[in-house]
Design a binder for this molecule. Structure first.
Ligand SMILES: Cc1cc2nc3c(=O)[nH]c(=O)nc-3n(C[C@H](O)[C@H](O)[C@H](O)COP(=O)(O)OP(=O)(O)OC[C@H]3O[C@@H](n4cnc5c(N)ncnc54)[C@H](O)[C@@H]3O)c2cc1C
Length: 380
């Protein structure tokens, strides 16, 4: 979605743009995520500031992108009885002070919002007003907009590396597809999600961008079960970043280390989408692990017993990148002139309209503006 949105913005600004993808626009994480439009996932600091601006911009783009099943929803993050809520309450206060309404609700109010939810062992939930959409439609909508603006798409063509001459990227090398060989250009945008690190290495850039592999499952269509998003709070004191780094480091199949973040949402068509287990894995594999699916199904039945016996019709695994400071990488890197990086995003849907606009401004004007803090050179 990031590549398509930025391509659309650049073409709308008058640039001649070609997008090269090893598969198709939604083949990566963009076509396989939960479709949540979350501001609550932003890290405090620069990302939170950007997210504050991103929300109204996304709402505006909903009018231009067409039908993407966008809908405002409540999100409820359940807090177990035995969990000290101090950290959660202070996160709520922090977000509310920043203008994102976050309140802790007792169980009787949670029940009113989600009548089919079992609240046994739960002391209450964090309530927030956020949104959801269909991520596949959202990505394809950006692709369509890019095509209408004149962007040329070269599909099923794998970029194998960048040609570097005198510290400047002068061409991409490609394999397969109709345009195998070298494709030259003025500015090269690398927006390959979890694959970005590997490709950046071919231009001599060793970015501290890692990946974990997230798994989801989808059930058959069921009667109305979940009204918003219902998830479980992470254990108190869980440091997500260090856990992700450990998972990324232990990439062998046998490590067994994983991050389980139960959440369920019902799509516009009535399917339940249940997430998410994240684990490491050899390379950027997309193989689903049956143990992960069992964890997700168990969470669903624990909180929504009426879903017991529901058939799982799809599941998948997709790699997502992250950086040690949980901030994206956006901009040019010293040593590879002409190569513009956009990657390492976390809660990407909400930020895509704003980020693609700011990144296009940066490329056109040569000035980073509000994106300066995300320079890849901050890790040097
Ligand atoms: C299970 C799961 C649930 C998630 N839930 C949410 C959510 O609810 N809300 C949210 O905002 N975010 C969510 N995310 C995160 C979000 O999906 C990603 O951050 C986002 O999709 C990243 O978009 P992208 O365009 O940067 O990368 P991708 O969508 O991964 O795109 C990368 C593209 O690069 C192409 N590519 C890779 N290598 C090459 C190559 N060598 N040559 C040519 N092309 C190449 C791929 O084919 C792909 O099309 C979730 C992620 C996962 C895995």
């Amino acid at each position: 979605m990031v590549g398509c949105a930025l391509a659309a913005r650049l073409a709308e600004a008058g640039l001649k743009v070609t997008v090269i993808d090893q598969a198709s626009a939604a083949a990566g994480a963009s076509g396989g995520n939960m479709g949540l439009v979350l501001w609550s996932d932003a890290e405090p600091g620069v990302s939170l500031d950007l997210t504050r601006r991103a929300w109204p911009e996304l709402r505006e783009e909903m009018d231009t992108l067409g039908e993407v099943e966008f809908r405002p929803i409540h999100t409820l993050t359940l807090v177990p009885d035995d969990q000290d809520p101090t950290d959660i309450l202070s996160a709520c206060a922090h977000l509310s002070a920043a203008g994102f309404r976050s309140v802790f609700l007792p169980t009787r109010e949670v029940r009113r919002l989600e009548p089919l939810l079992t609240l046994e062992g739960v002391q209450g939930a964090v309530y927030q007003e956020q949104a959801a959409l269909n991520p596949l439609l959202f990505t394809l909508a950006w692709e369509g907009r890019a095509r209408r603006a004149g962007v040329r798409f070269v599909r099923d063509t794998r970029v194998t590396g960048f040609r570097l001459e005198g510290g400047r990227v002068t061409a991409v090398e490609t394999a397969g597809g109709p345009e195998e060989g070298l494709i030259d250009g003025g500015v090269f945008v690398l927006a390959a999600g979890a694959w970005t690190r590997r490709l950046a290495l071919t231009a001599g850039l060793d970015l501290p961008q890692y990946h974990i592999i997230g798994e989801l499952l989808v059930t058959e269509v069921v009667p109305p079960t979940v009204r918003g998003l219902v998830g479980l709070a992470p254990p108190a004191g869980q440091d997500r970043v260090s856990l992700e780094l450990r998972i990324a480091a232990e990439r062998g199949e046998g490590s067994g280390l994983r991050l389980v973040e139960f959440a369920v949402i019902q799509t516009a068509t009535g399917n339940l989408v249940v997430g998410q287990v994240s684990h490491g894995g050899p390379d950027l594999g997309e193989a689903v692990r049956s143990g992960c699916l069992r964890d997700l199904a168990a969470g669903l039945v624990r909180f929504f017993p009426s879903a017991a016996g529901t058939a799982v019709i799809r599941s998948w695994a997709k790699p997502v990148p992250f950086t040690p400071d949980h901030q994206p990488i956006v901009g040019y890197a010293a040593g590879a002139e002409g190569l513009f990086l956009v990657s390492g995003l976390k809660s990407t849907i909400i930020i895509t309209p704003l980020l693609s606009r700011l990144a296009a401004d940066y490329i056109v004007s040569g000035r980073p503006g509000p994106l300066a803090p995300f320079s890849p050179d901050r890790f040097r």
